[in-house]
Ligand binder design. Sequence first.
Ligand code: THU
Length: 126
Amino acid sequence: MTDKELLIKKARQAGKQAYAPYSRFRVGAALLTKSGRIFTGSNVENASYGLTVCAERVAIFKAVSAGEKRFKAMGVVISSRKKTRPCGACLQVMNEFSDNLILYLSSKNKTETKKLSDLLPNPFTL
Ligand code: THU
């Protein structure tokens, strides 16, 4: 199985754990570290809507809090036919750890491969 196939499979499984009673928009993410580990995440919503955390950031924060900071690729799966794009906040968080992350973005009918730098060419930096 290729990295792409594995990450999409794991992201799809992770999306099943989404807690999305408000939007009903389920997202799953799977992050591959340079050391070969995979961390998954799903979106977790809150009655106070702004406290919601996206699937991508859940996966990244799980990895970083487990001591991993170097990432190779991430799969993101949504359960609709819409085009998948990580939100700007997640792109900025991805950029914190790797500016050349590969993203496999998958919806019900299509998967696209993008580089982080294509989606966020001018990140905020200090
Ligand atoms: N969401 C993600 O999990 N990832 C994104 O990149 C964009 C949006 C979630 C947040 C919220 O639970 C739902 O999708 C609708 O915005």
